[in-house]
Design a protein around this ligand. Structure first.
Ligand code: FES
Ligand SMILES: [Fe+2]
Length: 443
């Protein structure tokens, strides 16, 4: 098991340091550009933010559905295999041979009781144990128990969402999700059976920018009317109030709210913009291929349930950000995968749900042609342009002061959650608090 010493990055002060180390670079209203451009900050994040101190999202259980199934993921930069053993228990193994470091699994997913390294043939069980080395006489009396794959010491899942941490002392996933739990429950319970299945093919997009630019944006209710203008113009040509058009009027005067949920998690709630009972999500959705025929069929076949089914065909109308790398947007699970200080991959997983006609799940797939396919490139262009702008060293600061000290915007609700206007940059201020805690060495 890794020690605290192993968890600190060479050149960094390690776990004894405190958050004050960052106080020059993170102020209450701004953060310094180097948090997005300095490779040494990035290296430290990959150890301390991405699983070193607390939880990081790894995969969904539906991606490892059967005994002996596996999926290759990343935990920061660590290549990891999430496996189910023959009894169905979950494991997360470093995809890193203990001989001379080659990955032992080069497939994205599949079924395997064991992994044989391609380099010199060492073989490991899907629980990590070393079971064999070719021509063992060359090692004398090798103690195989010392050379199993390194395992992620804590792996826990919450209703299908699998998280891992390198910190054996981390609080449970339930504790760490905290106030984000009811939001995640809402998203999962849109499935009448509670079953959510990640579809096999992911939608992957790479951008030349820091990973935090995606996290900054996921809780941002300020940008849609400008960044997604083409999407909104298309919707307004339909002559009705369509999904997201409410960002284009005076969003802070409307019923939408943003929530800071603690531990760096946040949410934007667009549901109040669709008030009026079942069927409103569907009514306000932008054009979709086959929409009219689909609606006719659902109404013909499902009578009173039709409005509810139509609503399930489109997005959940919340954006939920679980720090540091899990974003629930619409019906999709988006995973932020940092590759370098200025390079990131965003992976969108579409989901189907149980307890609905196949046609509803088919329409959920088609809804993706709207977002992410149509809308997300707008965001990625912004991320790349922000990274280009960050190349100017004399302009040092990124602002996150919108809403700060504005009278009447933020209040704490009965659950201890801060609620605010939808364009407030509170989500940034709140996740940087968690970032600082982890980078400062607190659990
Ligand atoms: S590196 Fe894996 S067997 Fe040599
Ligand atoms: Fe956006």
């Amino acid at each position: 098991m890794l020690t605290e010493q192993h968890l600190s990055v060479e050149g960094s002060p390690g776990p004894a340091a405190d958050r004050d180390r960052w106080s020059e670079l993170i102020r209450r209203d701004r953060v310094h550009r180097t948090l997005y451009t300095d490779p040494t900050v990035f290296d430290e994040e990959m150890v301390k933010v991405f699983g070193g101190r607390s939880w990081v999202y790894l995969a969904h259980e539906s991606q490892v559905p059967a005994p002996n199934s596996f999926i290759s993921v990343r935990m920061g930069l660590r290549p990891v295999i999430v496996t189910r053993d023959r009894d169905g228990a979950l494991h997360a193994l470093f995809n890193r041979c203990t001989h001379r470091a080659a990955t032992v699994c080069r497939e994205e997913s599949g079924i395997a009781k064991s992994f044989q390294c391609h380099y010199h043939g060492w073989t490991f069980r899907n629980t990590g144990e070393l079971v064999g080395t070719p021509w063992p006489q060359g090692y004398g009396d090798l103690d195989k128990s010392q050379y199993g794959l390194t395992v992620v010491p804590r792996v826990e899942s919450y209703r299908g969402f699998i998280f891992g941490t390198m910190n054996p002392e981390a609080p449970s996933v339930d504790t760490w999700l905290g106030a984000a739990t009811p939001w995640l429950d809402y998203w999962i319970d849109r499935s009448p059976t509670g079953e959510v299945v990640v579809t096999a093919t992911a939608y992957r997009m790479g951008y030349r920018g820091n990973w935090k630019l995606a996290y900054d944006n996921a809780g941002d209710g300020y940008h849609p009317s400008f960044s997604h203008r083409s999407l909104l113009d298309m919707a307004s040509r339909m002559g009705e109030a369509k999904d997201m058009s409410y960002f284009g009027r005076t969003p802070d005067d409307g019923p939408m709210k943003a929530y800071a949920l603690g531990h760096g998690h946040s949410a934007i709630d667009q549901r109040p913009a669709h008030a009026g009972g079942p069927g409103k999500f569907w009514e306000h959705q932008r054009p979709q291929p086959g929409r009219e025929r689909f609606e006719e069929e659902i109404r013909e076949r499902h009578g009173d349930r039709a409005d509810a089914l139509l609503d399930l065909s489109i997005g959940a109308q919340i954006n939920l950000s679980i720090f540091p790398n899990l974003l629930l947007i619409g019906n999709q699970i988006q995973v932020i995968e940092p590759l370098a200080v200025d390079r990131t991959q965003l992976t969108w997983h579409a989901t189907t749900i149980g307890g609905v006609p196949d046609a509803v799940n088919t329409m959920r797939m088609r809804t993706q042609e709207d977002f992410p396919a149509f809308g997300e490139p707008d965001d990625q262009a912004n991320f790349e342009e922000a990274q280009r702008g960050l190349a100017a060293p004399e302009a040092e600061w990124i602002l996150m002061n919108r809403g700060l000290d504005v009278v009447g915007w933020q209040h704490v609700d009965g659950h201890g959650v801060t609620v605010t206007a939808v364009t407030d940059e509170l989500h940034m201020r709140s996740y940087y608090d968690e970032w600082q805690r982890r980078m400062g060495g607190e659990s």
